[in-house]
Design a protein around this ligand. Structure first.
Ligand code: NAD
Length: 498
């Protein structure tokens, strides 16, 4: 199936509405903007942009819901509702799939395997987790000999502001909404302006399962001077969870400072992959190709810096070149498509500016570096060639900035000491992949490599119970399993004199 014959977007026709207090609304701001299909540049839909009044209505609905029927549900009943949300997403799988693909242009095979199933699973995994969390209690000996018992109860934090990015829209949004609701909070979600569709669709799911009104709200718009800023500055929001660029995180942190609101941040990365000569060569090549090029390099966890031990450097570069050149660039529903377009014209301009900069800085272009010629209308899409460089200095902007495109630089190294220093030479600290057969080396290195997530002989293998997040400028806090539940609850201590 080509882009032209792909199923229509099943979301609210050609407009995207806010979802406030259980109902879809255009609001009264009078402002709308277009969303473009990355595959061919055509307009997918028009989106109503929220002004301060729509954001205020959403926050008020969320606050009112806290003390309504939702606030009185037992944990078990709340979890049952969330299991139903997961089931309902799966029942509407194709509608979510088509909507996600239309907004992002990503290969259908990827969205079918990762984005939509994980979007549903995020409502199950935290419901499972919360049922198993023990609470602590302490027996205190007091001077009168009778003592006291201390125990802690978990209560919801309140209204959570959720700000999401465009690269995995449903997956990353539900990664926050799932645990927030599991813990009994209510949410106001601001999806990325570029990918509003699956978040809008989720409102239908909430109504279908009988979620009380006001628990899940959606407002559309941009960041500064728009819905994002209005939401993060709103005094009725108790905590903010954000995934996006580090620069944006700094702005949101300033907004959260007013009222001393808590934040959870999943930010950018400039992730290294380290390949030792003793690795399983074929697996390291395959894993590194995936880590560089999947989702067209638009993943916070993507590898952009590859360090290869010198004895296998030439062979590794040549296999990466062959792998990149064999990748099928194509429309989402075309059979065998591995590489879709970038998200937007503006993002392609940004990535191409790094392609030019690499050449100016003296890189050898191993492969790629430009824009492919695509057939028919597809040529209006935001396609780009998978690109590999060697020979750049470590201080080139290409080596330091997060590019967020299908590209990497490969550099040789000689010693473990040297490669640890190279890997850590970045303000970011999100993820690192180490490929080696030496278990002792692994245990030495994981303490020294500055990253929140380290994969050994693998990449993107995720167990949703584990802590996920970045160190340095890649984030604040950890999400996943009990770590999410920590953020989305207040722990209240109760001391009872016996
Ligand atoms: P972005 O920061 O430009 O936008 C993210 C969201 O923030 C959007 O909804 C946007 O409208 C909103 N926003 C922008 N300015 C705002 C402001 N001043 N106040 C409130 N909201 C504002 O990020 P993006 O381009 O959508 O996503 C790509 C970035 O996300 C990359 O840096 C990537 O590494 C990062 N990311 C990180 C993770 C992670 O888990 N660490 C996961 C995915 C993406």
């Amino acid at each position: 199936m080509t882009a032209a014959s792909a199923p229509p977007v099943a979301t609210a026709k050609t407009e995207r509405l806010h979802f406030i207090d259980g109902a879809y609304t255009a609001g009264n701001s009078g402002k709308m903007y277009d969303v473009f299909n990355p595959v061919d540049g055509s307009i997918i839909c028009r989106v109503h942009e929220a002004g301060p009044a729509e954001v205020d209505a959403a926050v008020k609905a969320a606050r009112a819901a806290l003390s309504g029927e939702w606030g009185r549900l037992s944990v078990a009943d709340r979890c049952d509702l969330l299991y139903q949300v997961a089931d309902e997403i799966n029942r509407r799988f194709d509608a979510f799939l088509d909507a996600e693909i239309a907004d992002t242009g990503k290969p259908a095979a990827m969205a079918r395997m990762i984005d939509i199933p994980r979007g549903a699973a995020n409502f199950k995994v935290f419901a499972d987790t919360i049922k198993t969390i023990p609470t602590e209690s302490f027996h205190l000996d007091t001077p009168d000999g009778e003592g006291a018992v201390n125990y802690a109860v978990r209560v919801p934090k309140g209204v959570i502001g959720v700000i999401a990015p465009w690269n995995l829209p449903l997956l990353l949004m539900t990664w926050k909404v799932g645990p927030a609701l599991t813990c009994g909070n209510t949410v106001v979600v601001k999806p990325s302006e570029q990918t509003p569709s699956t978040t809008t669709l989720l409102g239908e799911v909430m109504n279908a399962v009988g979620m009380p009104k006001g628990v899940f709200n959606v407002v559309h718009g941009f960041g500064p001077d728009s819905a994002g800023e209005y939401l993060t500055r709103h005094p009725g929001v108790d905590a903010i969870t954000f995934t996006g660029e580090t620069k944006t995180g700094e702005e949101i942190m300033k907004a959260a400072a007013k009222g001393v609101r808590d934040v959870s941040f999943e930010l950018g990365g400039k992730n290294p992959s380290i390949i030792f000569a003793d690795c399983d060569f074929e697996k390291a090549v395959e894993g590194t190709l995936r880590s560089v090029f999947s989702n067209c390099g638009q993943q916070c966890l993507s590898t952009e810096r590859v360090y290869v031990e010198r004895p296998i450097f030439d062979a590794f570069v040549s296999r990466m070149k062959a792998g990149a050149e064999a990748m099928k660039i194509g429309a989402p529903y075309e059979k065998g498509t591995e590489l879709g377009p970038l998200i937007s014209q503006a993002h392609r301009e940004k990535v191409l500016s790094y392609y030019r900069r690499a050449v100016e800085d003296g890189a050898s272009v191993v492969t790629g570096g430009g824009v492919p010629k695509m057939p028919g209308d597809l040529d209006n899409g935001y396609w780009i060639e998978p690109t590999i460089w060697t020979g750049l200095a470590d201080d080139s902007a290409v080596m330091r900035d997060e590019i967020f495109g299908p590209c990497c630089h490969i550099r040789p190294f000689d010693t473990e000491e040297e490669v640890v220093a190279l890997a850590n030479d970045t303000p970011y600290g999100l993820a690192c992949a180490i490929w080696t057969a030496d278990a002792s080396r692994v245990h030495r290195m994981v303490r020294r490599v500055e990253a929140g997530i380290i994969w050994v002989n693998s990449w993107f293998l995720r167990d949703l119970r584990t802590p996920f997040g970045g160190s340095k400028q890649s984030g604040i806090g950890r999400e996943g399993g009990v770590h999410s539940l920590e953020f989305y609850t207040e722990l209240r201590n109760v001391c009872v004199k016996i």
